[in-house]
Write a protein of this length. Structure first.
Length: 367
């Protein structure tokens, strides 16, 4: 079966490197333990944070257990309980769950044909809910949303939280660096995301060092950096130090083997040769290709792919149709419903052979 993700193959190929990375991580921890407390206990997190800083263009980073932790911490830092937060209706469920988990209200807006937040729908949401305090901009399904028009549109009091779980930025990407127009950027290192393939983790980055330091304290049980005072409320959700070493190794492997470049080449080929309507916008080097069947229903298309040994899936039901969110505000979901009901996700990862690619193209044109 040609699967949507193929992290098993990466682990198989590079297992000795991961084992060595873990061993080296333990050695670094042992070397540092005699130096006391605080950040000296996290040499591997420090290495990963410095690497992320070097490639992202954002100076201030904090590593967490997962992107949901990053979203929740960002919302808490930038808004107050009961505040309204605007998000798009076609989104990963972690986004609305994070808003509700920290006792904020959701305002859904629609997606656009070439963006994952429709600017007209966002404008309507702001007009109807001028007291909204933040908008979460999700770079979803590997598509990058331009934040400048959003920053130009929203009132000065409103904050922008970028959810970049599905689209890690690298130098040379065909978009402006994340964080230029937003207050914080939230990342994921989950095995189905960006550069990572073997673990789980998340991160927050911000151009504002004071904001980032506040979030760091919030997610390290309230300790300040000298561990002499506390803030509240707070919790512990910082990334495990040995996990950081594995994710750092993944970054190096991805760079050496040109993972993102390979994915982009395959994606461009699919764009050209699969003659079906596609999800518009620039791809960030994601592992999947999105298209819309024309001759078959999505269910029929998925069966055809499966019968021919290819995993094709649909993802993310329309959030406004789920019982969990029907009490939330909704200013529009028409195009979001079209995407939700009709899209297919096809494999577009670096382990696809020429034969695999030809098969996916052939089946795509039959769908």
């Amino acid at each position: 079966m040609i699967t949507l993700f193929n992290y098993k193959e990466r682990i198989k190929r590079y297992k000795p490197r991961y084992v060595q990375a873990y061993s080296d991580a333990l050695d670094r921890i042992e070397d540092w333990l005699s130096y006391g407390t605080g950040e000296k206990y996290t040499p591997n997190r420090n290495l990963l944070a410095e690497h992320c800083k070097s490639i992202s263009g954002i100076d201030n980073w904090h590593l967490l257990n997962c992107c949901s932790d990053a979203l929740q911490a960002s919302i808490v830092a930038l808004t107050n309980p009961g505040d309204k937060v605007i998000i798009s209706c076609f989104n990963f469920i972690a986004v609305p769950q994070s808003v509700l988990w920290v006792n904020r209200q959701i305002v859904f807006c629609d997606v656009g044909k070439d963006s994952l937040i429709d600017l007209n729908s966002l404008s309507k949401a702001i007009d109807l809910h001028p007291d909204a305090k933040a908008v979460i901009v999700t770079h979803y399904l590997g598509r990058v949303q331009d934040c400048k028009p959003i920053r130009d549109m929203i009132p000065p009091h409103m904050k922008i939280i970028e959810d970049a779980a599905n689209a890690f930025y690298f130098p040379g990407d065909p978009c402006e660096p994340y964080g230029k127009y937003s207050d914080v950027v939230c990342y994921s290192f989950d095995m189905s995301k960006g550069p990572a393939a073997t673990g789980n983790g998340g991160a927050i980055a911000s151009k504002d060092p004071e904001l980032l330091n506040h979030i760091r304290e919030m997610t390290q049980q309230g300790f300040n950096r000298t561990r002499t005072d506390f803030i509240s409320p707070a919790r512990k959700s910082s990334m495990d130090d040995t996990t950081a070493s594995i994710i750092f190794e993944d970054f190096k492997i991805c760079a050496e083997t040109k993972v993102r470049e390979t994915r982009r080449v395959i994606h461009k080929r699919f764009e050209k040769e699969i003659e079906r309507k596609q999800l518009e916008g620039e791809n960030s080097g994601c592992f999947m290709f999105i298209c819309f069947p024309e001759k078959l229903s999505p269910a029929e298309a998925k069966k055809m792919f499966k019968d021919n040994g290819v995993q094709a899936t649909s993802f993310s039901p329309l959030l406004t149709e789920l019982n969990a969110f029907k009490h939330c505000y909704n200013v529009g979901d028409e195009y979001g419903k079209y995407i939700s009901d009709n899209h297919l996700r096809l494999p577009c990862h670096e382990f696809l052979t020429e034969e695999n690619q030809k098969l996916i193209i052939e089946l795509g044109n039959k769908s």
